[in-house]
Design a binder for this molecule. Structure first.
Ligand code: LER
Ligand code: MN
Length: 273
């Protein structure tokens, strides 16, 4: 199983669930030294670093880009795809599409997490879901030009009220024929929302595109109370071939969280699959 580690360059997310916050050169070197296969980037925007520079860092350190997050659009600019104001929604989609292009140029998918927003106030659930479907279609079409999917992430109830579980999100993707959209299984959100994480992974297997490898308390795997054995067996059984990416708090310290993550993956997938 390929292991990835998060590298965040967004000052507003300094307390967020990201392991490294170093400059790109330093973060890539640390990821490679510890033994990761890839880096997941959380950048302030599409122009933080050139594609050429990031590709160069990947080559120098033998790393891939697992995914790029889009959450800075919300954190830095307060943008959301379900904002009641049409101009704000348009700006949110524009931000997401530029991140899709950045990721695509690096052979990586972009992720829709917090930028999905929520319904409430003047925005009905039906309205929000219509806007979400339209945005997922646009982002999926854009990603297809780069031969990568677009990744939609159900979040826990404290972060969105659109989709909190994998199966309803999968049904929504299928109903709307969003053929280039895949699901992100963030094991932290799933530990809050799912009845059975392994069963949810099996149920939505055909749509699984990315995994955030986190324990129940958003620490590294092994530092919380999630039962990782059945999760790992489910991922093997469904033939998941994507990344396990540590979107976790850097606790007790970044390097230790990173090493614990990699050890958990090597222990749970001894055959390397
Ligand atoms: C993003 O991947 C995520 O999991 C959300 O909780 C936003 O922080
Ligand atoms: Mn996540």
């Amino acid at each position: 199983m390929r292991a990835a580690i998060t590298l965040c360059r967004v000052p507003e997310a300094a307390a967020g669930p990201f392991v490294f916050h170093d400059e790109l050169e330093v973060g890539f070197r640390k990821a490679a030294d510890i033994g990761f296969d890839a880096v997941e980037l959380f950048l302030p925007g599409p122009d933080e670093a050139s594609v050429a520079k990031i590709k160069d860092l990947c080559e120098t350190h033998g790393l891939a880009i697992a995914a790029v997050g889009t959450g800075a659009g919300m954190l830095k600019h307060g943008l959301s795809l379900t904002d009641p104001a049409p101009a704000r929604r348009a700006a949110a989609l524009d931000f997401v599409l530029h991140m899709v292009e950045l990721g695509g140029s690096l052979g990586a998918p972009a992720i829709l997490g917090s930028m999905q927003g929520r319904h409430g106030g003047d925005v009905s659930r039906a309205m929000a879901l219509e806007w979400l479907a339209a945005s997922l279609r646009a982002a999926g079409d854009c990603a297809a030009r780069f031969n990568v999917p677009f990744i939609y992430e159900p979040l826990n109830r404290y972060e969105t009220n659109l989709f909190n579980q994998a199966a309803p999100a999968a049904a929504f993707i299928r109903e709307h024929g969003l053929s280039n959209v895949r699901l992100l299984a963030d094991l932290f959100h799933m530990a809050i929302e799912e009845k059975d994480i392994a069963a949810a992974l099996v149920e939505t297997a055909d749509l699984l595109g990315h995994v955030h490898w986190a324990d129940s308390n958003r620490h590294a795997a092994g530092f919380g109370h999630t039962m990782f054995q059945p999760v790992a067996r489910a991922l093997e059984d469904i033939g998941y071939a994507g990344f396990l990416s540590a979107e976790i708090l850097p606790m007790p310290a970044p390097e230790e969280a990173a090493r614990r993550t990699l050890a958990s993956i090597r222990e749970l997938f001894p055959s390397g699959n």
